[in-house]
Design a protein around this ligand. Structure first.
Ligand SMILES: C[S@@+](CC[C@H](N)C(=O)[O-])C[C@H]1O[C@@H](n2cnc3c(N)ncnc32)[C@H](O)[C@@H]1O
Length: 213
């Protein structure tokens, strides 16, 4: 993982893991990325696809998953921060939300067996290193139904010094997905993009062979 995630946000001391970093951040009363407004892109994801179930990658405190559940969708949010998932579950219970939250790493979600009509990720993908991104792609492939849309919002410059853009995403997702649209964004005032990826019918074995061989 990146060096950026190896420092405690409050003490500046080294932490053990990326999960540790995010756990410390989520113990604080608020986070830097705590923008609770629902992006139009998320509203449109529901309107255009009419899904029955949805999976959120890197759900944090679960605000967006709770929104999806409120729209009547069977919603699962996953995040590797146990502190975030604990808070997400408590917030869901308090607001009587049916959103379901699971602690797990987006690079290995084998505990999730069902497939989803749509999935989305607001701010998690850009936390990953290149090798983690490749495992993430395989998980999105496995968990998204054929024809389903995966929506990503990601920073153009990542903490591990990768530059994300249309070309990069199209190449990374070239097996099993079509990049339908990329739109530049100033969400949270930072240079970033929305990416709409459609799951195509490519052979899973080819994808896994490309990644692991
Ligand atoms: C910038 S925050 C965004 C959280 C939430 N989507 C939001 O917008 O409020 C990134 C989130 O991704 C999670 N995350 C980062 N890497 C992850 C990984 N490999 N597996 C699961 N969650 C991860 C972090 O714990 C954090 O909650």
């Amino acid at each position: 993982m990146t060096k950026n995630f190896e420092l405690d946000a409050t003490t500046g001391k080294a932490t053990k893991s990326p999960e540790d970093f995010f756990n410390k951040v989520y113990r604080m009363p608020f986070t830097l990325w705590g923008d609770v407004r629902i992006p139009d892109e998320l509203v449109e994801l529901v309107e255009r696809n009419d899904p029955t179930n949805v999976l959120e990658f890197g759900c944090g405190l679960g605000r967006f998953s709770r929104y999806m559940a409120k729209q009547g969708l069977n919603t699962t949010g996953v995040d590797f921060s146990s502190v975030a998932i604990d808070k997400a579950k408590k917030r869901a219970a308090k607001s009587k939300s049916k959103a379901n939250f699971i602690e797990g790493n987006v690079t290995d979600l084998k505990m999730i067996k069902e497939q989803f009509d749509v999935s989305f990720d607001i701010g998690c993908f850009h936390c990953l290193t290149k090798s983690e991104q490749e495992k993430y792609v395989a998980e999105v492939y496995r968990l998204l139904k054929f024809g389903g849309t995966h929506l990503i919002w990601a920073l153009d410059s990542t903490p591990s010094h990768l530059t994300l853009n249309e070309e990069y995403i199209a190449k990374l997702f070239s097996n099993g997905f079509q990049l339908k649209e990329a739109k530049s964004s100033r969400r949270r005032l930072v240079k970033s993009h929305w990416y709409w990826l459609i799951r195509t019918e490519d052979d899973l074995e080819t994808l896994l062979n490309d990644i692991y061989n």
